[in-house]
Ligand binder design. Structure first.
Ligand SMILES: [Zn+2]
Ligand SMILES: [Zn+2]
Length: 330
């Protein structure tokens, strides 16, 4: 069942308070502190790990021609599963509560999320709510006004701005703490990542069709992981810098088809920041949006329900009021 929601963003005219309301609405009362910005402190451990991962992914690219067809298909499967763990799981379900998922689906999404290895669900959802609430300010973990590189990966290579930490601590996260699946994944996060992000992608091709362990480790393992990471980061970098703003021209996030394709539906970012509670993160349903198709399929099988959707009238009124007149951008 799709529930039409009249909750609005930024202008806050009408907000429906229900149990699934989360703190993902832009807070324009926050003001950045005056004076010089705190110095940037590099986190060398992350810089080294990211560099090694990307060098290994390049080696995976070199090995790609020697991978068998089943291994390539398995790489694609691992890519989609880990992407869903982020898009359908950490993002649309746990950060935004844009639909409800039954226990088996939540377990699948938590496992898929460990395969994606992008911090556990609790931490990911907390950072993401802060990103929406304080978008493009010092309190935004990947503040895109600091440039493409910072919004893409640089934010993971430096210490967080104190305001990100301060505002993150003040967020309401009781819904995440109450979800046993989220807290179980957090408790066993490291071991789940080792098994699902590295061992499973490597050993399945080796065990079932005799692929070499080297190809298994570097192609469905590290290359798939690095490409998935970059696809997710493009939502924070490219989709905050390049594209049209048909719904709200006063905010930075934009509609970017290329990002929608690589991040399986998360590139309709002007729409998403305007209506963060919409389960499709897009006006256009399943178009370029595997995640929405997946959630619809889960609804069909009774594993998901109560998908929130913005009504056509509200979208049209918003386009009229704050859009940049490019509303065919899709
Ligand atoms: Zn964003
Ligand atoms: Zn979001």
């Amino acid at each position: 069942m799709t529930e039409t929601v009249t909750r609005t963003h930024r202008d806050g005219k009408q907000q429906i308070a229900d149990s699934s309301t989360v703190e993902d609405v832009f807070d324009d009362t926050y003001k950045e502190k005056d004076g010089p910005k705190p110095p940037t402190a590099l986190v060398w451990r992350n810089i080294v790990l990211m560099s090694v991962l990307h060098a290994a992914a390049l080696y995976g690219l070199v090995l790609l021609p020697s991978a068998s067809v089943p291994t390539l298909a398995w790489t694609a499967v691992c890519y989609i599963i880990s992407a869903l763990g982020v898009t359908a799981g950490a993002h649309r379900l746990w950060s935004h509560r844009s639909y409800k998922a039954a226990f088996p689906l939540r377990v699948f999404l938590a496992l898929a999320n460990s395969m994606a290895f992008q911090n556990d669900i609790y931490e990911w959802a907390r950072d993401h709510r802060v990103h929406h609430k304080y978008s493009e300010t010092d309190a935004d973990p990947h503040n895109a006004t600091r440039g493409f590189f910072f919004a893409h990966v640089g934010w993971l290579m430096v210490r967080k701005h104190p305001d990100v930490i301060e505002k993150g601590k003040k967020l309401e996260l009781s819904d995440l703490k109450a979800d046993k699946v989220v807290m179980f994944q957090r408790k066993h996060y490291k071991v789940s990542v080792v098994i699902l992000c590295f061992l499973l992608p490597t050993f399945v091709p080796w065990y079932f069709w005799g692929e070499s362990l080297t190809v298994g480790y570097f192609v469905p393992g590290l290359l798939r992981y690095a490409v998935m990471l970059n696809a997710t980061w493009l939502v924070n970098s490219a989709a905050h810098l390049w594209g049209n703003r048909p719904y709200d021209k006063t905010i930075n996030p934009r509609e970017n088809r290329l990002v929608a394709l690589s991040a399986i539906g998360e590139g309709f970012h002007n729409y998403h920041h305007t209506f963060p509670f919409d389960y499709a993160t897009s006006e256009f349903g399943c178009k370029l949006n595997i995640t929405t198709a997946f959630i619809d399929t889960m609804c069909f099988f009774g594993l998901a329900k109560d998908t929130k959707k913005v009504s056509k009238e509200i979208i049209a009124a918003r386009i009229q009021r704050t859009g940049d007149s490019s509303n065919k951008s899709g």
